[in-house]
Design a protein. Structure first.
Ligand SMILES: [Zn+2]
Length: 287
């Protein structure tokens, strides 16, 4: 069968924003709102939602930059949820779709530019900005562990929308271009919630503990999987209450806010990941 190419405008996908996604394995304790699709934003750090067709056919698979993306069943058919990397260039991008009958399709969608502000941070511990050789050994090990955690995905969708995981002051600094002690570093891949040390952190949806670790930059941290490669990440914690392999329920305490790793004060760094890329957590928050 030939490959068809579909082009859609972002406004088309945006109309799907309020669709309910019905998932057969939904927890009875989780409200349907937690299965509402995330908000659409066709920019670096945003989420694209692509229509994959009828719901009565077998579940198709889709890849973006050769990485499998989340595919969820809604009452209007299958939808692919595509995390757009902060490094993505504005312009047309392609989602590759594979149907179970052997047919395939290419769906092109447009990514618009977004200007994220600069953020300048002063870190007292200079080794956290310019690590020494011993630190670098640990950092390389951390990077492997992080890459492995981000690769993890399980099939069952446990949630698509999140509660705020901790009480505190939310920053909207996702995507900001960061300078530590005047040196350019990676953009900010999450939302910071300022709160005193010891503030409880709760699972924002049902999930699975992929990894619990202590990294050079992130400090004590947890990766939760919510199905189909949708993940949440919690960093700089003072205390971790869960272990890899455990399942967690929405609202369950998973740890406490702290100031471990590279920080200027106690806060929760919270990231949301899709197809191994960090996207804006605000697109997933339940109001
Ligand atoms: Zn942060």
């Amino acid at each position: 069968m030939g490959i068809s190419v579909i082009r859609s405008l972002r406004f088309f996908s945006a109309t799907l924003l309020f669709c309910l996604a019905f998932v057969s394995t939904a927890s009875t304790e989780t409200k349907p709102d937690h299965f509402r699709l995330p908000s659409v934003q066709h920019t670096p750090g945003g989420v694209a939602i692509i229509d994959l067709g009828e719901a009565d056919a077998a579940t198709p698979t889709a890849t973006f930059n050769d990485i499998p993306v989340a595919v969820v069943k809604t009452n209007h058919g299958y939808r692919a949820l595509v995390g757009i990397p902060l490094s993505a260039k504005p312009g047309w991008h392609t989602l590759k779709i594979q149907y179970t009958d052997g047919a395939s399709a290419l769906h092109e969608f447009e990514i618009e530019s977004k200007d994220y502000p600069e953020q300048h941070i002063t870190i007292q511990n200079k080794r956290q900005v310019n690590p020494n050789e011993t630190d670098m050994v640990r950092i390389r090990k951390d990077r492997t562990s992080i890459a492995n955690a981000k690769r993890y995905r399980h099939k069952t969708t446990l949630g698509l929308r999140f509660d705020v995981p901790a009480e505190g002051i939310q920053s909207s600094s996702f995507g900001s271009r960061r300078f530590f002690n005047k040196q350019a570093r990676n953009p900010h891949g999450g939302m910071d919630i300022a709160a005193p040390e010891g503030t409880p952190i709760y699972a924002p949806a049902d999930g699975y503990v992929i990894e619990a670790a202590d990294y050079f930059f992130s400090g004590k941290c947890i990766f939760l999987g919510h199905g189909q490669g949708l993940q949440t990440f919690y960093a700089h914690m003072s205390k971790i209450d869960v272990q890899p392999g455990e399942t967690v329920k929405r609202g369950q305490k998973i740890g406490e806010v702290g100031a471990t790793g590279r920080v200027t004060g106690a806060h929760l760094h919270w990231s949301v990941g899709l197809n191994r890329t960090w996207v804006d957590p605000e697109l997933f928050l339940l109001e």
